[in-house]
Ligand binder design. Structure first.
Ligand code: AMP
Ligand code: TRP
Length: 342
C-alpha cells in the first residue's frame, strides 16, 4: 500500500565537492544547515560527488575535494553526532532512484532548467548527459529520504520546483498519493544570493576566474581584508533606506553581506551606516568577515590533518543514510512494479 499521511520534518541538502567553499555557499546554505541542525528537524547533509562528475573532475583531486568539503562542513559547525554527514556515492539509492525519476521527468522539463543552460553555455551538444539530467538526481537525493525541507541558495529554486513536479507526477502515475512529499524550499537569510565582489550583477561563484571576486572559506585574515578593500563600489555614500540600494548592485551586496554576518537586517545596517562613506564601511565589514570566516580555515586544517577520521565519519554517515533510503527505494521499486525476489 502506498504510504500516505504526514512526513517527519526532515532536512536534506547537498553541496558539490568541486573546489573551495566561498562566502556565498556559507551565507546562502551552510550557515542555515547549522541552524537547522539545532532546531526541531532531523538533518541530513550530503557531499554530492555524483553531481560533481557531471563535469570532468580529476580523480585524485576529487577524493581530496570530498574530504575538504567534509572538513569545511564540520569547521562551519555541522556535527556528525547531530546530523548525518556522508558522500552521495556511498548510498546507492541516490543513483537508483535517479533512474526511476529519469523515466518520470519529461525532456521538456529539463529543457527549461536555467542552470543547465548556464553551465553548458554555447556547447550544449558536447555536455555530458549527466549534466542534462542532473536535476533528476537532485530530486532523488531529496526524495530518497522523504525529506520535507531543503535549505539552499536562491539559484536552486528552479531545481526544487522540478523536485516537486517529479514527486507529484510519480505519486499520480503510480497511484501513491502522498508517497513522495512536496518539499519546501528553505531560501532564507539576508544573503541567499551573494554577488561577486568585482561585479554586483554576477553571482559569487567558485568558477569565476578572478579570486578577488570571492571570499573563500580557506582565506586568511589578510586575504579577506584585501578582497573587501578592493571590492567594487560606487562613489556615493551608503543610503539611509533600502530603496536607496536600487540600481546600486555592489552597495546592495556589501550591505547584504554585512547584514548576514552580523545577524542584523539590511534596514538596520543602513540605519547605522546611512550617509557614511564606503571608506569607513569597508574596514568594519572586513573586521566582521575576518572574525566570522578566518577561524573556519583554522578548524578545517585541524580536521584535514586526520583524513582517516574524516573517512570514518563519512562511512558511519553513509550507513545511517542507507538505513533510511534503502527501504524507501524498495517501496518505490514495488510501486513501479519491479519484481523483487525474496
Ligand atoms: P554549489 O557550490 O553550487 O554546490 O552550491 C552549494 C549551495 O550554496 C547551494 O545551496 C547554492 O544555492 C548555494 N550558493 C552557491 N553560490 C551562492 C551564492 N553566490 N549566494 C548564495 N548561495 C549560494
Ligand atoms: N544542485 C545543488 C547545487 O548546485 C547541489 C545539490 C545536489 C543539492 N543535490 C541536492 C542541494 C539536494 C539540495 C538538495 O548547489
Amino acid at each position: 500500500m502506498a504510504e500516505t499521511g504526514a512526513h517527519a520534518r526532515r532536512v536534506f541538502s547537498g553541496v558539490q565537492p568541486s573546489g573551495n567553499l566561498h562566502l556565498g555557499n556559507y551565507l546562502g546554505a551552510v550557515k542555515r544547515f547549522v541552524e537547522m541542525q539545532e532546531e526541531d528537524y532531523e538533518t541530513i547533509y550530503c557531499m554530492v560527488d555524483l553531481h560533481a562528475i557531471t563535469v570532468w573532475q580529476d580523480p585524485a583531486q576529487l577524493k581530496t575535494a570530498i574530504r575538504e568539503l567534509a572538513a569545511a562542513f564540520m569547521a562551519c559547525g555541522l556535527d556528525p553526532e547531530k546530523s548525518i554527514l556522508f558522500n552521495q556515492s556511498q548510498a546507492p539509492a541516490h543513483a537508483q532512484l535517479a533512474w526511476i525519476f529519469n523515466c518520470v521527468a519529461r525532456i521538456g522539463w529539463m529543457n527549461r532548467m536555467t542552470q543547465f543552460k548556464e553551465k553548458s553555455g554555447k556547447n550544449a551538444e558536447a555536455s555530458s548527459l549527466g549534466l542534462y539530467c542532473y536535476p533528476a538526481l537532485m530530486a532523488a537525493d531529496i526524495l530518497a529520504y522523504h525529506a520535507t525541507h531543503v535549505p539552499v541558495g536562491e539559484d536552486q529554486k528552479q531545481h526544487l520546483e522540478l523536485t516537486r513536479d517529479i514527486a507529484i507526477k510519480f505519486n499520480n502515475d503510480f497511484s501513491a498519493p502522498g508517497f513522495f512529499p512536496e518539499v519546501e524550499p528553505v531560501i532564507e537569510g539576508a544573503a541567499t544570493r551573494v554577488m561577486s565582489l568585482r561585479d554586483g550583477t554576477k553571482k559569487m561563484s567558485k568558477s569565476d576566474p578572478s579570486d578577488l571576486s570571492r571570499i573563500n572559506l580557506t582565506d586568511d585574515a589578510d586575504a579577506i581584508s584585501k578582497k573587501i578593500r578592493k571590492a567594487k563600489t560606487d562613489p556615493e555614500p551608503l543610503p539611509e533606506a533600502l530603496s536607496g540600494l536600487d540600481g546600486r548592485p555592489e552597495a546592495r551586496n556589501l550591505v547584504g553581506i554585512y547584514a548576514a554576518l552580523s545577524g542584523k537586517g539590511a534596514a538596520e545596517v543602513l540605519a547605522e551606516w546611512g550617509g557614511r562613506e564606503f571608506s569607513a564601511f569597508k574596514p568594519a565589514l572586513a573586521d566582521l568577515a575576518v572574525e566570522m570566516v578566518a577561524p573556519i580555515a583554522g578548524r578545517m586544517r585541524a580536521y584535514l590533518a586526520d583524513p582517516g577520521e574524516i573517512d570514518r565519519i563519512l562511512g558511519a554517515g553513509a550507513m545511517k543514510a542507507r538505513a533510511i533510503s534503502e527501504p524507501i527505494l524498495e517501496k518505490t521499486y514495488d510501486l513501479v512494479g519491479l519484481l523483487r525476489s525474496a
